[in-house]
Design a protein around this ligand. Structure first.
Ligand SMILES: Nc1ncnc2c1ncn2[C@@H]1O[C@H](COP(=O)(O)OP(=O)(O)OP(=O)(O)O)[C@@H](O)[C@H]1O
Ligand SMILES: [Mg+2]
Length: 150
């Protein structure tokens, strides 16, 4: 999704092994986001470069770590929210945008966030609608299905 995000690349991201961690539970309100937040900080303290990606349209993780004005900025046309990254794929007029993630704060120099966005709900609808044709080999729908993680 964020190919060669600039600050990460400067720190040798290209040579690192990428480990993807997803927190899943089908029940609501059981602590998924809170757990994710703490795991990310613990890993950063252990010397890892950590990128959090908020794919939840509630944007709770984003609200935990960014100020309101930073969130609003990320939602703007030139912003770096998850929606702004995949927007052109959703519209069917382009591919994913390369936008640098937000740095959390000066105390966590290796912790980054792709901010969540309410508009991602539109993409969720499109994901369900394009599944059948994507699995039948439709390339533009495959692009939609794989926009978040390739
Ligand atoms: N270990 C914990 N002890 C006490 N309270 C907690 C703990 N973990 C989370 N909470 C509280 O429980 C509530 C729900 O947590 P959280 O938002 O992380 O859940 P969630 O599974 O991500 O919810 P959702 O399904 O809505 O995304 C929050 O108010 C949070 O502060
Ligand atoms: Mg949550």
């Amino acid at each position: 999704m964020l190919r060669n995000p600039h600050p990460l690349r400067q720190q040798g991201w290209g040579g690192c092994q990428l480990v993807l961690i997803s927190i899943f539970n089908n029940k609501g309100g059981v602590g998924k986001t809170t757990y994710m937040f703490h795991i990310a900080h613990l890993l950063e303290r252990k010397g890892k470069i950590v990128l959090m990606v908020d794919c939840d349209i509630q944007c709770n993780l984003t609200a935990y770590v960014l100020q309101d004005n930073q969130i609003e900025h990320s939602w703007k046309e030139k912003g770096n929210s998850i929606w702004r990254v995949i927007e052109l794929v959703y519209e069917g007029i382009g591919d994913i945008r390369e936008r640098s993630p937000s740095k959390i704060n000066s105390k966590c120099s290796n912790l980054y966030l792709v901010p969540g966005d309410l508009l991602l709900s539109d993409y969720e609808n499109k994901l369900s609608k394009t599944w059948d044709s994507a699995t039948s080999g439709n390339t533009s729908e495959l692009r939609v299905q794989s926009a978040i993680y390739r």
